[in-house]
Ligand binder design. Structure first.
Ligand code: FAD
Length: 500
């Protein structure tokens, strides 16, 4: 029972990029609403949104081959790539609005231009990449993409990767200069700094333990204040569960019918980080390969130039693995505790269906450092073990649910907004395409939870995100105009950014 039940309009649980984005949208749309944020860690952006816990790719499907599947007739389906690209444009526009309005500053601290390259080896894969290029080449969203099988050209684009290569296998790559590296940790911190300046109450080291409906129809959140050891109760008209991997257990506590028959499948990650400045300096791109047979889409290997703390870095991975934790800072009992009477059959069905994936992930966890180096050498043949360290990445909890097409216990690789029928509470589950599409996903939260305000808010949303509700692929002139103006505001026009 509540001992104080302090009331507010909105509670955001978790200080990751999703809560930061929703809070920032709401502050612009409903400035008078009171917002409180509860985060169990000491600061914002410390879990998946942290720059060292994710790959920092501004996912616009420019280089990720898993968004363009080959159909049985051999043609390439680009619909997913177009969708992801359109969603990323919404993020660019909102970030650009925030910068132009001086709500956040120094965009170079969170977004940098970097070529996005897809690289494949072997006859079959070269044919696939060529067909993919042809399918995308007439699409305005992918304008400027180049294709090459010429070893000389490839050496120019990716010298580090081409050096020391002895295989006779044909290789091909596509390159597009409009790609980005996004420091989602820095962005999250900037957004929360801005929100704090707008009187949003930030409560760090406050762990949410329970969420219950009150008799008045509000939501009461039970919070453990980790500083004082006290239990607090806070009530709100609307609650967003943005706990990343920690969202599923909190959603289950709400008891809403929409939370039933849903489970979570945690996937851990490791990156290799280059510690040799000479090697780092010789690579300038995000290079994505093709997933190995049996590997999940989120484990596609890539070699990424990153900009972290104003410094160029080089990361390889992620190596996906299995861990029962739902958060990097979570508990080994997270997976077990998430099994409830209402989802046990769904979870068992998924367990049986995904045996080979689980086996693959466990094998990945058991890889020795030398085996990881062997995988890296498929990208950089001359890579030396002493130049590379290991960092533990964030956890991704993939959604398991019953679907019409996949049947009971189907593993989902996208993100899902789960909300109560009356729109009073919503949770974000899943992690892909992830932070890049935060604006699109949070607009979905607004549409689902605040339908009564959408016509009132529409003009402001369009001021912040001009292509909201408009297909850019069908309006190439608008795409070009917005792409150019956001590139300008976000400092993405320069080909080679100036950075240490
Ligand atoms: C290895 C890896 C690579 C990735 N690469 C990319 C990429 O290249 N591009 C991309 O766009 N996305 C990528 N992602 C996905 C992206 O990182 C996530 O989608 C995004 O960061 C999720 O943000 P979030 O706010 O939902 O969660 P988080 O950033 O995890 O934040 C959730 C917060 O909630 C807090 N919390 C949890 N439970 C509670 C509780 N009970 N009480 C209080 N606080 C709580 C946590 O401490 C945490 O701070 C990647 C993810 C991983 C793991």
């Amino acid at each position: 029972m509540s001992n104080n039940g302090i009331k507010t309009d909105v509670i955001l649980i978790g200080a990751g990029v999703m809560s930061a984005t929703l809070g920032s949208l709401l502050k612009e749309l409903a400035p008078a609403w009171e917002i409180k944020v509860f985060e169990k860690l000491k600061s914002a952006g410390e879990e998946s949104s942290n720059e060292w816990n994710n790959a920092g790719t501004g996912h616009a499907a420019l280089c990720e081959l898993n968004y363009t599947n080959e159909k049985p007739d051999g043609s390439i389906d680009i619909s997913k790539a177009v969708k992801v690209n359109e969603q990323f444009q919404l993020s660019r526009q909102f970030w650009s609005y925030l910068v132009k309005s001086n709500l956040i500053r120094h965009p170079q601290d969170f977004i940098m231009p970097i070529p996005h390259i897809s690289l494949v080896e072997g006859e079959e894969n070269v044919t696939f990449l060529k067909k993919r290029m042809e399918a995308l080449s007439n699409n305005p969203l992918f304008a400027g993409m180049e294709f090459s099988t010429d070893p000389q050209k490839l050496k120019e684009w990716i010298p580090l990767i081409m050096e020391g290569r002895t295989s006779d296998e044909p290789m091909a790559a596509t390159k597009i200069d409009a790609g980005t590296d996004v420091n989602f940790g820095a962005l999250t911190r900037m957004l929360f700094n801005y929100l704090k300046s707008q009187n949003v109450e930030m409560h760090y080291q406050h762990s949410v333990k329970d969420i219950k409906r009150t008799n008045e129809g509000l939501w009461e959140v039970k919070v453990h204040n980790l500083n004082s050891g006290q239990i607090e109760y806070h009530q709100a008209k609307f609650v967003f569960i943005g706990g990343g991997g920690g969202s599923l257990p909190l959603l289950q506590k709400t008891g809403i019918p929409e939370s039933r028959q849903i489970g979570g499948f945690p996937v851990s990650g490791l990156f290799m980080v280059c510690n040799n400045p000479e090697v780092i300096a010789r690579h300038h791109a995000k290079v994505y390969g093709k997933a190995k047979v049996g590997a999940p889409p989120m484990s596609v290997p890539h070699l990424d130039t990153r900009y972290i703390d104003n410094k160029k870095s080089l990361l390889f991975g992620p190596f996906a693995g299995f861990s029962p934790k739902f958060l990097k800072t979570g508990s080994n009992f997270d997976l077990l505790n998430s099994v409830k009477p209402n989802n046990v059959l769904t979870m068992l069905a998924a367990g049986l269906k995904e045996m080979s994936l689980t086996k693959y992930l466990i094998q990945q966890v058991l890889l020795s450092n030398e085996k990881r180096m062997e995988e890296l050498r498929e990208f950089i043949p001359n890579a030396k073990s002493e130049d590379w360290d290991i960092v533990v990445a964030g956890q991704r909890v993939q959604v398991i649910k019953d679907t019409e097409t996949g049947g009971k216990g189907t593993l989902q690789f996208g993100t899902e907004v789960v909300s109560a029928a009356d729109g009073s509470i919503a949770a974000l589950l899943g992690a892909s395409p992830g932070a890049s599409t935060a604006v699109h996903v949070m607009l979905e939260v607004l549409e689902k939870c605040f339908p009564q305000y959408m016509s009132e808010w529409e003009a402001k949303i369009k001021e912040m995100i001009p292509s909201y509700g408009i297909s850019l692929v069908e309006n190439p002139a608008l795409f070009q105009e917005l792409h150019a103006s956001t590139a300008d505001t976000l400092g993405l026009s320069e080909k080679e950014p100036v950075c240490s």
